[in-house]
Design a protein around this ligand. Structure first.
Ligand SMILES: [Zn+2]
Length: 291
């Protein structure tokens, strides 16, 4: 069943768990994620990337994911991820997204606040005050949709050049934006980590005591499970996964495509392997974050 993102997160936190959120560029992956959630009996978040949403068929994907959420046996929410373009946000909400990350984290502090407030005002003016807003404070390095190996051209930043969330701004930022969830930068990055990820737990702890709203960890791919399980205790109620899911699906396609081509151009069979790969990853993330 479709459920509000903040309610899915709150109920997970009450049980000492966090909810995984998975970027879905396609319907096969989304079906696999929902299947894994249904088998685990846990709620889950389907994320749509802004570059996906910015196309006419991207909006149709959102509508399809919304239908998947409605039909699911567990609570599912569809969120537009990392969006700063108001037109894209409004179109995505109209298409079926029930939550948005209004992301002004690359903007100056006051402009970040202004963006979230504007998104809230525009949604309210359209009778959509029910849309749950996540905001982001601090700059996350890396590219959400593409991951590059160490030293490769295009890699946005190393782990050492990240703008950490300034905990001193948190209280004011949450009060001024009215954000319902807060994405933080505490050593997490989008894409692949250079070397071992070093999460700054002391920064996360400092943020957690300054706001009551749930925190969100983006760029969880590559952070060891034994680290991630500590996050709900610091009010991290949602953890976003993308890169590892893509890695798994791409590896599966790489090893399975030739055999399925030889097997009578068996696209159906290949999609089943795609499903298995995405579902296995989602199941492991669900298990990792669940108490
Ligand atoms: Zn992200």
């Amino acid at each position: 069943m479709r459920a509000r993102l903040d309610e899915i997160v709150a109920s997970a936190l009450q049980q000492g768990s966090a909810v995984p959120a998975f970027t879905c560029y396609d319907f096969t992956t989304a079906m696999a994620v929902v299947s894994a959630a249904e088998e685990s009996g846990r709620g889950v978040i389907l994320l749509v990337a802004p570059k996906t949403a910015a196309t006419p068929n991207g909006l149709r994907l959102i509508t399809a994911l919304r239908g998947l959420a409605d039909a699911a046996a567990v609570p599912v929410s569809v969120q537009l991820d990392h969006a700063s373009d108001l037109d894209v946000i409004l179109a995505a909400v109209a298409a079926g997204a029930d939550s948005v990350l209004a992301d002004g984290s690359s903007l100056p502090y006051e402009d970040n606040i202004a963006l979230v407030r504007q998104v809230r005002a525009e949604l309210t003016a359209r009778g959509r005050a029910d849309v749950v807003l996540e905001a982001e404070l601090g700059g996350l390095a890396g590219d959400e949709d593409r991951a590059f190996g160490e030293g490769a051209e295009g890699d946005a930043a190393g782990n050492d050049s990240i703008g950490l969330t300034d905990s001193a701004q948190v209280e004011d930022f949450v009060a001024q934006t009215g954000a319902q969830l807060l994405a933080v930068a505490v050593g997490n990055v989008h894409g692949k980590y250079k070397g071992k990820p070093e999460l700054r737990w002391e920064v996360l702890q400092d943020i957690a005591v300054r706001t009551h709203i749930p925190l969100v960890l983006h760029g969880a791919s590559g952070i060891p499970g034994e680290e991630l399980v500590k996050a709900p205790a610091m009010n991290v109620g949602k953890v976003n996964f993308n890169t590892e899911l893509r890695t798994g699906v791409l590896s599966t396609l790489e090893t399975e495509t030739a055999a399925h081509r030889a097997d009578g151009e068996n696209l159906q069979g290949l999609l089943a392997r795609w499903n298995d790969s995405a579902k296995d990853f989602a199941a492991s993330a669900l298990a990792m974050l669940t108490r």
